[in-house]
Design a binder for this molecule. Structure first.
Ligand code: KIV
Ligand code: ZN
Length: 507
């Protein structure tokens, strides 16, 4: 009989460790609600002892999100476990997730201790967590580089101490699928106590093998997989939820296992995570990339038109991608817009709808047709706006290869127009300098990404920036049919995030 594989989503914890992707309470709640709709079994909502804000965010998820188990991460220390419990205790089904390094590299170089005392600490931590909560997960950090005999001893000991889930992380993405699969099988053989609890794996993608390692572990008896939406996470990221789930769905006979994921929610979840965390999805990303279902070669198009199965192993609609034909123009009224938004799955409150409508008109005035992709982007950008200390009003630029690029930008602050001019290395640089003059702060640009949402010379452009302001990374997003305006809107958005985080103490 097919085995159930539990999906443990750590987008809100390991995924959030991506620099600049820190989430606030509202954003965590929005993603957690969607993860529940997606059907994940466990949501790791955060690392509560990492900050008072994260404690409050995990608590809010625990209070409000119904369905999945809500987990909070803790080091194997009483004070961490106390805080993790405070955060997850309101959940219908709380879990405390405790971890400690087990490899000699971690023990000697990071924790500066020997194996025996670490083993003792692990056991004590599980017993301590168990006083609060029946569901305790224990992770042997850096398991794939841990001496196997020692790993077996730790696993056995934490199960005896009460762990209900034991997680084997490939923390640094070092494992190779055949080897990792064999290790899981051998662990099950050497530690019989594993038959009474859930064995989990958690793979990182440093060698691009996180999904392959996770699937190999499933084949060899793992019952829980830890993953993130779009594979986001530390360094090269974590195993991508959508890729593991779809591999199992497309090849059921091979895996003889299933998940409870509602695959039709995959695309919507991917878009939401990308938008809220401001991490673009690469176009060729499996399952959710914009090219994942695009057929461009003539031979492939011919095959697809004759029978989709010739070149398609997944139907786009199975992951929630619908082809939308309706195209809106500046003459489309509110009701056409409302209808199309509903078709796209957006249920907006009146005030949100009005904001989207005004932005739609602004874009439609400058673009012949507003497609579904344009509209999705407009809605997503409008809905993730932070309170606007400054809002974009207008800009002019002058540039060319024989003149010094110049710009003049006007922003609104409390209804008042503020205009500044500057020269720069290019028009975008000049615009950024104007914005810095207006907001009276400088920012260091770490990343700048510009993409066309649709095709054609009047395509809607989406700009994403990642900037450092006062030592903290902020991301910003902006859209417009004009690439310079999109960039300006993204830069202003990043500053607004900074001001929102730091209260109103801007100059
Ligand atoms: O990668 C890792 O080892 C982790 C643990 C905390 C589970 O994220
Ligand atoms: Zn991890």
């Amino acid at each position: 009989m097919a085995r159930k594989i539990y999906v443990f989503d750590t987008t809100l914890r390991d995924g959030e460790q991506v620099p600049g992707a820190k989430l606030n309470k509202r954003q965590k709640l929005e993603i957690a609600e969607q993860l529940a709709r997606l059907g994940v079994d466990i949501i790791e909502a955060g690392f509560p002892c990492s900050s008072p804000e994260d404690l409050q965010a995990v608590k809010a998820v625990a209070e409000q999100v119904k369905g999945p188990v809500i987990a909070g991460l803790a080091r194997a220390l009483p004070q961490d476990i106390d805080i993790a419990w405070e955060a997850v205790k309101p959940a219908e089904r709380p879990r405390i997730h405790v971890f400690l390094g087990s490899s000699d590299i971690h023990l000697q170089k990071k924790l500066r201790r020997d194996r025996e005392s670490a083993l003792e600490q692990a056991v004590e931590a599980v017993k301590y967590a168990k006083k609060y909560c029946n569901d305790v997960e224990y992770s042997t950090e850096d398991a794939s580089r841990t001496d196997f005999e020692y790993l077996c001893r730790v696993v056995d000991a934490v199960i005896k101490a009460g762990a209900t889930v034991v997680n084997i992380p490939d923390t640094v993405g070092y494992a190779i699928p055949e080897e990792f699969g064999a290790m899981i099988a051998k662990l099950k053989e050497k530690v019989p106590a594993l038959n009474n609890i859930i064995l989990s794996v958690h793979c990182h993608n440093d060698l691009g093998l996180a999904v392959a390692n996770t699937l190999a572990a499933i084949r060899n008896g793992a019952q829980q997989i830890e993953c993130t939406v779009n594979g986001i996470g530390e360094r090269a990221g974590n195993a991508a939820l959508e890729e593991i789930v779809m591999a199992m769905k497309v090849r059921p006979a091979f895996y003889d296992a299933y998940t409870n994921i509602n695959t039709k929610e995959i695309y919507r979840t991917s878009r939401m995570v990308s938008r809220i965390m401001n991490i673009p999805v690469q176009p060729n990303k499996a399952i959710v990339g914009s090219n994942a279902f695009a057929h461009s070669s003539g031979i492939h198009q011919d095959g697809i038109l004759k029978d989709r199965s010739t070149y398609e192993i997944i139907r786009p609609e199975d992951v929630g991608i619908k082809a939308h034909k309706l195209v809106l123009t500046a003459r489309s009224g509110r009701s056409a817009l409302r209808y199309q938004l509903k078709e796209l799955g957006f249920e907006l409150q009146e005030e949100q709808f009005e904001r989207v409508y005004q932005r739609f008109l602004n874009v439609a005035d400058r673009k012949k047709e507003v497609t579904s992709e344009d509209l999705k982007t407009i809605v997503e950008v409008e809905l993730t706006k932070v309170p606007e200390t400054f809002s974009f009003f207008s800009l002019q630029t002058m540039s060319g290869n024989t003149i010094l690029p110049m710009a003049s930008v006007t922003l609104l602050k409390d209804e008042e127009k503020i205009t500044e001019s500057a020269v720069g290395n290019g028009p975008v640089d000049a615009v950024f300098k104007c914005i810095e003059k207006i907001v009276k702060k400088t920012a260091k640009l770490h990343d700048y990404d510009l993409k066309a949402v649709t095709t054609g010379t009047d395509a809607l452009a989406e700009a994403m920036v990642r900037v450092e302001i006062d030592g903290t990374l902020y991301s910003g997003i902006g859209t417009s049919p004009d690439v310079i305006e999109a960039s300006a809107r993204a830069y202003v958005n990043a500053f607004n995030r900074h001001f929102a985080k730091n209260g109103e103490n801007h100059p």
